[in-house]
Design a protein around this ligand. Structure first.
Ligand code: DAH
Length: 337
């Protein structure tokens, strides 16, 4: 039998090149190099061949074997590399889903409010949530017999204040003690906002919670007036609630400011509350007793302070009816914002 060696070599090359998987390549290998493959068949015919043919066919079979082995080995590497690459970028495999979180509405509100004040030159400060009676009450001119000091209105720890015998540490019931801490640490002029959590043992209902957030503001300098306070809070309300907002400063009492006021606002952006006055914050001129507690010389400085409840403002702005929804961790509620 005669063999067209060159044609077989070309076939080997074409077959190997067109094998696109390892299985297909194995079939090609068997076709040429297997026990019943072409190369074996060529060797098998040698005994019947003439001496000249033997030489030619023997050499041809050897050449084909070497060629096939080489090409198959190379192709194997290429197919494996290709399938690894394909694995790495298989765009049809469903992606590993990572739950993307959102910022809690309360934090969003804190940041938005602080932003407005920061753009007006205020600096953010923070105070501790575990406070002393001095910072939370006495320094703020809240007398010993004031009802807010009662254990029904403040969470006390059963740990004594290391500095004052008979006084207990407590969870701050407002952010106002931050005023004292900032004033003890810095000299005027200063303009700070102090956001944070506060705690009160209130029975929980739609508008009360034992933990909520406040943002305190304090500005101290020389010759600060109530007009400055009004101007600043008006600018804040317009920026935060929109130009349509109307405000009123309603006289009020706070021990740490004199005179004091509460600010109510009205706006038709508050769904279902149009035409109603809604209280959003307390404010006033810093009381001389507060400066005294901070260690400032009498009569040297003037300033104003204000404090607002974050939950209340978020509820107004977004038409939320129940304060408990903030802490129920219902993702359907949280995702809306
Ligand atoms: N601390 C007050 C409260 O929790 C809010 C407040 C009122 C803060 C008047 C102030 C202020 O700084 O001047 O009800």
């Amino acid at each position: 039998m005669s063999w067209d060696i060159e044609k077989i070599k070309a076939d080997v090359a074409a077959d190997v090149a067109s094998a696109s998987s390892l299985d297909a390549l194995e079939s090609v290998r068997l076709k040429y190099l297997g026990k019943k493959g072409l190369v074996q068949e060529m060797y098998g015919g040698l005994s019947e061949a003439s001496a000249d043919e033997k030489k030619l066919i023997g050499k041809g079979a050897n050449d084909i074997k070497t060629l096939a082995e080489g090409l198959i080995a190379d192709r194997k590497i290429a197919i494996s590399a290709q399938s690894k690459r394909a694995d790495a970028i298989d765009v049809t495999i469903p992606g590993a889903q990572r739950g993307v979180g959102t910022q809690h509405l309360i934090n969003q509100t804190v940041i938005e409010i602080c932003d407005v004040f920061e753009r007006m030159g205020f600096v953010i400060q923070r105070g501790p949530e575990i406070e002393t009676e001095f910072h939370n009450f006495s320094a703020l001119n809240i007398p010993l017999d004031h009802p807010s000091r009662d254990s029904f209105d403040t969470f006390y720890l059963d740990q004594e204040d290391p500095q004052v015998k008979g006084h207990y540490l407590l969870l701050r019931s407002h952010t106002s003690p931050g005023q004292i801490r900032v004033m003890k640490q810095h000299k005027p002029p200063m303009a700070v906002i102090i956001p944070g959590k506060v705690y009160r043992p209130d029975a929980v209902d739609a508008s009360h919670s034992f933990m909520f957030h406040q943002i305190e503001g304090l500005l101290v300098d020389k010759n600060v007036t109530f007009a400055d306070l009004k101007g600043l809070l008006t600018a804040f309300c317009k920026k935060y609630f929109g130009d349509d907002v109307t405000m009123r400063f309603r006289p009020h009492f706070f021990p740490f400011t004199e005179p004091s006021a509460e600010v109510d606002i009205q706006s038709n952006i508050f769904k279902g509350r149009a035409g109603k006055w809604l209280e959003i914050l307390g404010c006033g001129m810093v009381h001389p007793k507060v400066f005294e507690a901070a260690g400032y010389p009498a009569g040297e400085y003037t300033g104003f302070a204000f404090g607002m409840g974050v939950e209340r403002i978020a509820m107004l702005k977004h038409g939320i009816g129940d304060i408990r929804t903030f802490v129920e961790n219902d993702i359907r509620f949280l995702r809306q914002y």
